[in-house]
Design a protein around this ligand. Structure first.
Ligand code: ADP
Ligand code: MG
Length: 363
């Protein structure tokens, strides 16, 4: 497989952008709904902005049900959107199934949580990778070309020697090896962006780091833009350049990963970090946020007014129950923001007379 000129594109170049991206899933009318004009919908993603750049990893962090997978599927054009825009290299894209989808998928590939489900059990690794190479016209013209492209792909995901893996079936590999095959298959398209939806959360804790290191290595060598979706904020700190925190379909905080994880601003981000006791641990065994006695995520059919986090927020003020918080710059690091009224001095002053300057105070 030849490396494309794309791999030489400048690091930092914007590949994919979500602008005010919104997805509402209609839900079946209830008996009561039949008599009302209103069609209910799950507000899975609301007004989300996100930018993926070459050579960078953006982590999208949030509890289960916060809309992360819906974001990935929207960006992969697997769902039509309700509103907002998706731009590939600055151009609005509306992709329909068929050839147009393949052209888009050649540039933006998705990696799913469960490699076992995404690989067909009746086919060998050779079959999966050959098919992907052929679909994207990277199989070459001779049997030797194909063989060398297959070896190259397995080499890129450190499954060597390739002969050991090519003729195996998915069940003959370990979970980590299967996810490496799924990653190799996505690389067969020679994409610019990878959307990785919880790519290590089903893997054994001991091998997660290896797969994340592989993705990081690919990001650097192939200059890929990566969206890393996770419920584990500790792994975001380790792996991502930038971290965005999502709650109940909305973005609540964003900034460079170090700042967001070391000096979280939004009370929800603080809650996520507190529920992951050891920030250097790469996952999964600690208590979940729900275990902390801090309530549950809200219904997305009738999301709370104002800030969606206000019913669970220990710092909630009156305004939080009525007004949607704006994105506010925190000021401790460039690009660090939170959608939280606690960082709006005027709001805090109005709500707590006598304690005006609380910006940056410990919340
Ligand atoms: P996450 O990946 O963060 O766990 P999801 O994006 O899977 O969250 O789901 C967000 C919300 O959208 C959830 O309330 C979920 O039930 C709902 N949802 C997801 N997919 C669909 C669908 N196809 N139809 C209806 N509701 C959906
Ligand atoms: Mg999900």
């Amino acid at each position: 497989m030849t490396s494309t000129q794309d791999a030489k594109a400048p690091a930092g170049e914007v590949v994919l952008e979500a602008i005010g991206l919104t997805k509402h899933f209609p839900v079946r009318r209830t008996l009561r709904g039949l008599f009302s004009q209103q069609q209910n919908a799950v507000h899975a993603v609301d007004d989300v902005h996100l930018t993926l750049r070459r050579g960078q990893v953006v982590a999208l962090v949030g509890e289960s049900g916060s809309g992360k997978s819906t974001m990935a599927r929207l960006l992969a054009q697997l769902y039509p959107r309700t509103g907002g825009d998706i731009r590939l290299h600055g151009k609005t894209t509306h992709v329909r199934p068929g050839r147009q989808f393949r052209t888009y998928a050649a540039r933006v590939q998705m990696i799913f949580q469960d490699p076992f489900a995404s690989l067909n059990p009746v086919h060998t690794i050779r079959y999966h990778l050959t098919r992907a190479l052929k679909i994207h016209h990277h199989a070459g013209s001779t049997a030797e070309d194909l063989e060398s492209a297959l070896h190259d792909l397995l080499g890129r995901v450190s499954l060597t020697p390739p002969e050991r893996y090519l003729d195996k079936f998915p069940h003959e590999l370990s979970g980590g090896q299967r996810q490496r095959v799924a990653i190799a298959r996505s690389l067969a398209a020679e994409p610019e962006a990878l959307l990785a939806d919880e790519p290590v959360s089903m893997l054994d804790v001991s091998i997660r780091l290896g797969v994340l290191n592989l993705l990081r290595d690919l990001k650097e060598r192939l200059n890929l833009a990566i969206l890393y979706i996770t419920h584990d904020i500790a792994s975001a700190r380790y792996f991502a350049d930038e971290t965005m925190v999502m709650y109940a379909g909305r973005m609540v905080e964003g900034g460079d990963s170090e700042t967001v994880t070391q000096s979280p601003a939004h009370p929800y981000t603080r809650l996520l970090i507190d529920s992951a006791p050891d920030p250097d641990r790469l996952t999964g065994v600690g208590g979940s946020v729900e275990d902390q006695g801090t309530g549950e995520p809200p219904s997305l059919i009738h999301p709370p007014a104002g800030c969606r986090f206000h019913p669970r927020c220990p710092m909630a003020m009156a305004r939080c129950t009525t007004d949607l918080p704006e994105k506010i710059e925190i000021g401790d690091a460039p690009g660090h923001w939170a959608a939280c009224w606690l960082f709006d001095e005027a709001t805090v002053a109005a709500e707590t007379p006598g304690s005006a300057a609380v910006k940056g105070a410990s919340v």
